[in-house]
Design a protein around this ligand. Structure first.
Ligand SMILES: Cc1ncc(COP(=O)(O)O)c(C=O)c1O
Length: 362
């Protein structure tokens, strides 16, 4: 398949330097978008075509567009960081590109070549480079590639037309006041994904399914939901938007990928970073009863969640039906903080990138 090139049709009216600086002074997360977006079309028989970088603008969709009815949609999330020398780099974009292809296969959508995925991200970051926050803090430019079924018509089937887009949003530090542990509600009656379902695909439906459980967690006074396996309601899977790690002294364990867990890029990177730092790092099964017991007997020394948005988030209070406990005294643990700093240093370009994870632009 030929790779479409991306034609640059930049905006004649981008935001002024002053307007952009005002946004970058306090970007929050997902509230502001850069001046441009990339779009690439796919139609049956023709494949990928019409790659363009155009001004950021609303989409016009027929009310019968298939994605609006049958949710044939996938997305990704990755970050571009400013490096100490002023250049910009994204973190392991080829992993996100490969996961995007895996999500496409699960949802019956065409696969965008990984090199085109990266080219589209590069085109947008290159054009909107001034939107990448300065080096120094944890700020970044968050990239959101996604694809929707654009065929018009009702009837459940894979669409014969798709639109791939990349948009970008400046992201402030996740913890502006210093790293703070999250509280977790372990849901024993709602599940996020089932064996044979689409839990390992990054598709909007999984997040729609998580909203009620998230509201229930909030009602219990918790920040996040932890999901268990659907069959036995025993084995810890992940949070609504982050993977989990359990720290047993010098050994860290993350739940084995079973098909119902999203394969996080951060999760994967931490297996390597942890080994580089001399920890034992492995995949395994951890039950919620074991979590509670090992926390109480002190062998489970820390628990943390990980994902692109926060990199690493310590877990503090844990609640389940009939029980509540404080992990690590409710304070960020030493291993958690060490791993967080090590990965962030690679991402921000202040530590050696010995695994070749950073993709520098230009
Ligand atoms: C359900 C879920 N699990 C885990 C993750 C962490 O994945 P990553 O490290 O690739 O951001 C995310 C975020 O992308 C997610 O939405």
């Amino acid at each position: 398949m030929t790779t479409p090139t991306i034609e640059l049709k930049p905006s004649a009216t981008p935001l002024s330097d002053a307007e952009r600086q005002a946004i970058l002074a306090n970007p929050g997360f997902g509230r502001h978008f850069t001046d441009h977006m990339v779009t690439i079309r796919w139609t049956e028989g023709r494949g990928w075509h019409d790659g363009r970088l155009v001004p950021y603008a609303p989409l016009s969709l027929d009310p019968a567009t298939m994605v609006l009815h049958y949710a044939q949609e996938i997305f990704e999330g990755l970050k571009a960081y400013r490096r100490p020398d002023g250049s910009v780099a994204t973190f392991r974009p080829e992993k996100n590109g490969a996961r995007f292809q895996a999500s496409s296969r699960r949802l019956g959508m065409p696969e965008l070549p990984v090199e085109t995925f990266i080219e589209a991200c590069d085109a947008l970051v290159g054009q909107d480079e001034k939107w990448v926050p300065a080096h120094g803090g944890e700020e970044s430019l968050y990239l959101r590639p996604f694809m929707i079924a654009t065929e018009v018509g009702l009837g459940v089937k894979p669409a014969n037309e798709y639109l791939f887009l990349v948009i970008a949003s400046p992201a402030g530090a996740y913890f502006p006041g210093g790293v703070k542990p999250v509280s977790i509600w372990v849901s024993e009656d709602r599940v996020r994904a089932v064996p044979g379902g689409m839990g390992d695909a990054k598709t909007g439906g999984n997040y729609a399914a998580s909203l009620l459980a998230q509201a229930e967690a909030a009602a219990k006074g918790c920040d996040q939901v932890c999901y268990l396996d659907a069959n036995e309601r025993t084995w810890v899977e992940e949070l609504g938007g982050m993977n989990l790690y359990f720290v047993y002294g010098d050994r860290i364990v993350t739940p084995t990928l079973t098909g119902s867990i999203l394969e996080g890029v951060t999760r994967d990177s931490l297996l390597t970073v942890a080994r580089d730092l001399g920890y034992e790092a492995e995949e395994g099964r951890v039950s919620v009863d074991q979590w509670q017991r090992d926390s109480a007997n002190g062998t489970l020394t820390e628990v943390f969640a990980c994902g692109t948005a926060a990199v690493i988030t310590p877990v503090g209070t844990v609640k389940r039906t009939g029980a509540e406990w404080q992990q690590s005294g409710g304070e960020p643990g030493e291993v958690t903080q060490r791993l967080r700093a090590a990965l962030l240093d690679i991402q921000r370009g202040t530590a050696e990138d010995k695994h070749g994870w950073m993709h520098t632009l230009g």
